[in-house]
Design a protein around this ligand. Structure first.
Ligand code: SF4
Length: 168
């Protein structure tokens, strides 16, 4: 036990990264300003999986934890496309999901945008084109912004949201 505590004191806190926290704080500040300016303080996102391995969704889930806590910046994940401004689309475009993705897009009120998440929608992920997969997502929907990565980290996703907000 003494050995453990000696080591613990010597190593210090390994879970804190002050540089990363500074970067996150500056991204958060700008996201909040952009959401206030362009979406009256509230940006609603409908996330949809058109054929993913679920790792992209797991990274997105982290955005709602107390560390990233995107809701305090005015970004909300909503259940209904009718309440959404943006569709966040992950996964390869499978034939089975294709009609549902298009229907969901139709139900989002205009103006609306699509952000593709991860390497799958642009067909760069581990999944090859097969009998189950139809063309890259951009051939089905207008993509306003792409967030790369397999999977992208929560920080990548936040930077992606900021890139999207800056560009509209
Ligand atoms: S981009 Fe990678 S992590 Fe995301 S759904 Fe595709 S395979 Fe999974």
């Amino acid at each position: 036990m003494i050995k453990f505590w000696k080591r613990r004191v010597k190593l210090g806190k390994l879970t804190e990264n002050l540089e990363l926290e500074d970067e996150i704080k500056s991204i958060e500040k700008e996201i909040k300003e952009q959401v206030n300016k362009k979406f009256a303080g509230s940006l609603a996102i409908r996330m949809l999986d058109s054929g993913s391995c679920n790792a992209c969704e797991a990274e997105c889930n982290a955005l709602s934890n107390p560390y990233y806590n995107l809701e305090r910046l005015g970004i909300y994940f909503v259940a209904s496309p009718r309440h959404a401004d943006v569709m966040l689309l992950s996964g390869v475009m499978t034939f089975n999901m294709n009609p549902h993705v298009l229907e969901t897009y139709e139900q989002i009120p205009s103006p609306k945008w699509v952000i593709s998440l991860g390497d799958c929608p642009v067909m760069k992920a581990p999944f090859e084109k097969t009998f189950a997969i139809t063309a890259p997502v951009e051939q089905h929907l207008p993509i306003a912004y792409h967030i790369a990565g397999c999977p992208p980290t929560p920080l990548d996703i936040m930077q992606g949201f900021l890139g999207f907000l800056r560009g509209i």
